[in-house]
Design a protein around this ligand. Structure first.
Ligand SMILES: [Zn+2]
Ligand SMILES: [Zn+2]
Length: 140
């Protein structure tokens, strides 16, 4: 993964700096993170502005993607840097659970695209609802 990061940066004329390395490492766990969480985690390495700048660069280079949650978002590593997966999005507490799609799902998607003479380069799938915890909690 580290090599891939360096290659991706290099191919686009960028080098691996301490801040870029720190952001990448913070996302390696695979868990989608809010900008706030990243800002707190990386406070000792860089300020808020550099985090936003670095995330924007990573987005542009396809290293990270946004996981939209209503009007808010979290960021995580793209499929290039983490195994392909999808999200179950809790609309109440903001928890995001990841899941791998069942075998055969990818094929259904591919057939669907083919039926529309569409050349597929990727797909995302976000499921919204209430996590187990929030189902048992009364709404505020
Ligand atoms: Zn998929
Ligand atoms: Zn929840």
């Amino acid at each position: 993964m580290q090599d891939k990061l360096i290659t991706t940066l290099k191919n686009n004329g960028y080098s691996l700096t301490k801040t870029r390395q720190a952001l990448f490492s913070a996302l390696l766990s695979g868990k989608p993170r809010t900008m706030r969480e990243l800002t707190l985690d990386l406070a000792s390495v860089m300020d808020r502005a550099s985090i936003y700048r670095t995330v924007a660069l990573f987005e542009e280079l396809g290293i990270v993607v946004r996981v939209q949650q209503g009007w808010k978002y979290k960021v995580e590593l793209s499929d290039k840097f983490s195994p392909h997966h999808h999200h179950l999005n809790c609309t109440q507490c903001g928890k995001i659970l990841s899941f791998n799609e069942p075998a055969g799902f990818e094929k259904i998607i591919n057939n669907l695209a083919e039926a529309h003479l569409f050349h597929l380069s990727g797909h995302t799938l976000e499921l919204q609802g209430l996590c187990h915890n929030c189902q048992t909690k009364p709404t505020a």
